[in-house]
Design a protein around this ligand. Structure first.
Ligand code: NAP
Length: 290
């Protein structure tokens, strides 16, 4: 079994970006500038946003963190987004999800200028992805594709089963794995909570991408020998033995599935760091596409 080390791979990608940023500086050009909007004080969101800001600093991007109160109105948030759309110094920005319940996430996503949508959630970018046109690919699925690519995992003609059909992970992931591309060309089965006979489907999979948010859902009896397993899930579970008071669990029962897998991502240290690296790649692309 080979561990798909997202931490190491994302570090390689960041080193490559660092070189590109230094080239921009040597040419007297502006460095990429990423902004992150954080609404409220959700602990996991704060952690993710801080990690993104830290990654910007590491590669030499400028970064701006905009913290807004949890009770901000939808209109005021959209005004803030308009300001970011019109600020020429900001090349790309993200609005960290989830947003408080009184705010319509889709309305907010639609307000983001597609040319600055480095998370790749805007319908224009999703539509371009379907048509195989240049666009910002959604950060998590893009990170997974980059991980498969860097580990030279054969995908062509393989049966890929995606667990979960969210707009940010499962659905775009299924499209990327099926597209005509060296790291696509899979026959894809997209599953969800209404899927029947899931075990039969997962047992026939060459590649499984689990994005359900259900801890240790995928067990060894659900997979065949040699399967490639990508675990997207990140759930905080109470753990008094940890300083933070919690541990992170994925959607895959790692100890047993890793015995049968040919390649598998750990949690943490798998897909999470790759998502951040993809965000950095997209931000650099935002400057190039200007
Ligand atoms: P989500 O929006 O909650 O969607 C979960 C999906 O799982 C839904 O489509 C749901 O089906 C499906 N599902 C639920 N039970 C199922 C079952 N028994 N069999 C098959 N499918 C089932 O989740 P998400 O935003 O995609 O996130 C999923 C997980 O990934 C979470 O743990 C999240 O924290 C994590 N995540 C990690 C990263 C990263 O960078 N590592 C990024 C994003 C998300 P229905 O549509 O029928 O309800």
């Amino acid at each position: 079994m080979v561990l798909l080390d997202g931490k190491k791979t994302s570090q390689e990608i960041k080193e490559e970006l660092k070189i590109k940023v230094n080239q921009l500086l040597a040419e007297g050009k502006k460095v990429p500038h990423l902004a992150a909007v954080l609404v409220g004080d959700n602990g996991a969101s704060i952690t993710y946003v801080n990690a993104k800001v830290k990654a910007c600093e590491y590669v030499g991007f400028d970064s701006t963190l905009i913290k807004l109160p949890a009770d901000i109105s939808e209109d005021d948030l959209i005004k803030k987004i308009d300001q970011l759309n019109n600020n020429d110094d900001i090349d790309g920005y993200i609005v960290q999800l989830p947003l408080p319940e009184h705010i319509d996430e889709l309305k907010v996503t639609m307000a983001i200028s597609p040319s600055k949508d480095v998370d790749g959630f805007h319908p224009e970018n999703l539509g371009k992805m379907v048509l195989n046109l240049p666009c910002f690919l959604p950060a998590t699925p893009y990170g997974i594709v980059q991980l498969l690519e860097r580990y030279k995992i054969e995908t062509s003609g393989k049966h890929c089963v995606v667990l979960g059909r969210s707009h940010i992970v499962g659905s775009p992931m299924s499209i990327l794995m099926a597209r005509k591309h060296p790291y696509g060309n899979c026959t894809v089965t997209l599953t969800h909570s209404r899927t029947k006979n899931l075990k039969e489907i997962t047992k026939s999979a060459d590649i499984i991408i689990a994005a359900l948010g259900k801890t240790e859902f995928l067990t060894a009896d659900m997979v065949k020998e040699g399967v490639v397993v990508i675990d997207v899930g990140i759930t905080r579970v109470k753990d008094e033995t940890k300083k933070s008071g919690f541990k992170l669990l994925g959607d895959v029962k790692f100890d047993e599935v890793s015995q049968k897998a040919s390649y598998i991502t750990p949690v943490p240290g798998g897909v999470g760091p790759m998502t951040i690296a993809s965000l950095m790649v997209n931000t650099f692309k935002a400057v190039e596409m200007k």
